[in-house]
Design a protein around this ligand. Sequence first.
Ligand code: KIV
Ligand code: ZN
Length: 520
Amino acid sequence: MSDIRPIRIFDTTLRDGEQSPGCSMNIAEKLEIAQALADLKVDIVEAGFPIASPGDFEAVRQIAGAIRGVTICGLARANNEDIDRAAEALREAEQPRIHVFLATSAIHREFKLKMTQEECIARAVAGVKRAKGYVDDIEFSPEDAARTEIDFLCRVVEAAIAAGATTVNIPDTVGYATPAHYAGVIRSLIERVPNIDRAVVSVHCHDDLGLAVANSLAAVEVGAGQIECTINGIGERAGNCSLEEVVMALKTRQDYYKADTRVVTQRLVPTSRLVSNITGMQVQRNKAIVGRNAFAHEAGIHQDGFLKERTTYEIMRPEDVGFGKTDLVLGKHSGRAALADRARALGYHLESDQLVRVFEQFKLLADKKKELYDSDLAALIEQQIREVPEQWSFARYTSAAGTDEVPTVRLTLRRGEEEVSCEMARGDGPIDAMFLAVEQITGVEVRVRDFQVHSVSVGKDAQAEVTVEVEHRGNTFRGRGVSTDSLEASARAFLDAINRASAGYSSALATAAAHAAPSA
Ligand code: KIV
Ligand code: ZN
């Protein structure tokens, strides 16, 4: 028998991850991420919090109906209405799980719930029993467990398991724990709760002190069997335990942890890119595992050692986490089959019409840019597959700017067959002038809340990727544009956001409704 213990990966990108400010997603985007998580082979996908809003309910319902080969979980507070709604959303799931939670720490009992310990236990038991009436697979979380009195925590966990919980999750809700403290809590539960062998012990750590991964790993060392985490570590406040980091720590240090997951690690980078593109949350360059610099060697001594023997300075192989072995992929002589092949390797499933459009754009880009990198291709694909039904599209522009000149832009947009140009727009800078020009033509006025430019790949001819966040009638909309010309990329991003705003296609905080409703 293998001495390697299997650890379940419970991904909560679509629930806790979505609680990151500015990270809300629409249903189509959630479905795409859910499929990517199933392909990544996580064990459980927490698809949302069905009671939170009709949009959340619908997302969980559609994911439950469409995604196979993985457990689909819905969150519920320990009350009948939440649990019934979660059960309804999960009806079509192949393997449904209801996740019931109730705060247990003294602070939460006194100030939030106004409940005694006995009332808390009774509510938790009632919640688990009600959920058990719908499905067998029940997870119970005593919220703020890491700050809950240990004797009381043991009693709650024992009662939840006796009521039918098959997983007991121990959240460090506010990211307060340290590795030794958190491992101590888990060890105490394993040693003291008499029926603990009837449930999987799970960990759920927030990253307020930057310790979420360390705390989760410390818990695995003392017997935890499930880790809750998110792609790129997104989540409430400072985020959650990062899936890619915890998975690669277990794999790389299997000698030490004697544990592993079933995650297909080669899909980590594509999945990270997908989540970052959809949420607009950029991955920092030096982020472990999936950051662009994670495998880049700069110092001469390091490069020299690396070239002599890779393992002198590299503990993982980039290809094992999904970075292309050679990032330089295609040029203007490459054909459609090569492009489709590379897209598949990057984790995209393109329909044939999408492939045709991506290929056209690819040829145009290859004329402008000598070397095309994986990241260029991913940016092109993202632009094509995530288009909203376009009302306005970019046609062309001219601009004048200089140190002592007022920047001006003359822009032409397309709507169907028709082309519309604006008067000369003047702004504080060329980008301001460009945004004013877009507003003039479309007649939609918005407030820009965020504007970011990144280079997609390397070199002077690298493509610029611009993301903007705009506010329109109390809702927030995100847009994205890519071009080798950063002013054009800005126009495209702004236009994308405006098209979303006028279509009411809010992937962002239109979920204002969702967040006015309860959030975990
Ligand atoms: O952080 C937390 O306590 C949660 C629970 C709902 C599990 O997200
Ligand atoms: Zn959480």
